[in-house]
Every structure is written in structure tokens, then in C-alpha cells.
Ligand binder design. Structure first.
Ligand code: RB5
Length: 149
């Protein structure tokens, strides 16, 4: 499995912990930065991870900012991206099973490292259930098409 990961300055520490966690499991990680605590703009990172997923270079993306909100909002502007901000493990596996989420977003300032790593595991270990859920995702795609020029 290959994971694309990125953060702004508000998510730097948690991103580092997630990379260590994934690499210890033998999972390949592509790190899109940011790489230091200097203030930066989360959309600049979100688009790189989102495009990596759309181009099928990685299986899933993980994005971290202070709250996880801004970076998930930005990623979700890319057609085909379903970025889910999760702060509990139930949502993390449910968003894979029901929404076929392809990016997990986390907030460094809202969840502790231990919980965040459990959320990552719950997300990556779950599988999309298809069926009626695919029908709903198709409707999301239709909305995207209606409003893209
Ligand atoms: C940066 O200070 C902060 O606004 C950002 O990390 C994020 O929380 C935005 O949603």
C-alpha cells in the first residue's frame, strides 16, 4: 500500500508521527510537506496530495492541519476526491465503508497522537462496501459535474 501525506505548519508534528507509524508497518509514504514550522497555506499542500490520488500514484491520502477543516475543504474541491475529517475511529472506518473516502483528514490541535494513529489504522483497515453506497457516491459525482465548467 502507498500513502500520500501532507500538512500545513499546524499539522507538522502529527504528520511526522503518522509517517513513523506507517513506515513501521512497512507502508510506503510519499511526503508532500510542509517540512518545517514556517507558516504556509494548506490549499497548496491539499492539492498536491489530492492530485496524487486522482492520478492513482497512491492508494490513499492523509492530510493534517490545525483542525483538519481547511485542508479537507481544499482537497474536496478536486473532482473525485472524497476527503473525510475524522476525530473518532467509528467515523474513520465508516467513511471508508460507506463513502469510499480516499483521503483522511486529521486535526493536530483537536486529537491526540494516540487517537490519531488509531483513526489512521481504522481508516486503512476498512473496505468500501459498494452496493447502495456506490449509488450515493455516483450522486455526489453528478453534483460535481453539474457545477464544474
Ligand atoms: C493554521 O493556523 C490553521 O488555520 C490551519 O492549520 C487549519 O486549522 C485551518 O483549517
Amino acid at each position: 500500500m502507498k500513502i500520500a501525506i501532507g500538512c500545513d505548519h499546524g499539522g507538522l508534528n502529527l504528520k511526522g508521527e503518522i509517517i513513523k507509524h506507517l513506515q513501521a508497518k512497512g507502508i510506503e509514504v510519499k511526503d508532500y510537506g510542509t517540512y518545517n514550522t514556517e507558516s504556509c497555506d494548506y490549499p497548496d499542500i491539499a492539492i498536491q496530495v489530492a492530485e496524487d490520488i486522482i492520478n492513482k500514484n497512491s492508494n490513499f491520502g492523509i492530510l493534517v492541519c490545525g483542525t483538519g477543516i481547511g485542508i479537507s475543504l481544499a482537497a474536496n474541491k478536486v473532482p473525485g476526491i472524497r476527503a473525510a475529517l475524522c476525530s473518532d475511529t467509528f467515523s474513520a472506518h465508516a467513511t471508508r465503508e460507506h463513502n469510499n473516502a480516499n483521503i483522511l483528514a486529521l486535526g493536530e490541535r483537536t486529537v491526540g497522537v494516540g487517537l490519531a494513529l488509531d483513526i489512521v489504522d481504522a481508516f486503512l483497515n476498512a473496505e468500501f462496501q459498494g452496493g447502495r453506497h456506490q449509488n450515493r457516491i455516483d450522486k455526489i459525482s453528478k453534483i460535481e459535474k453539474k457545477y464544474s465548467k
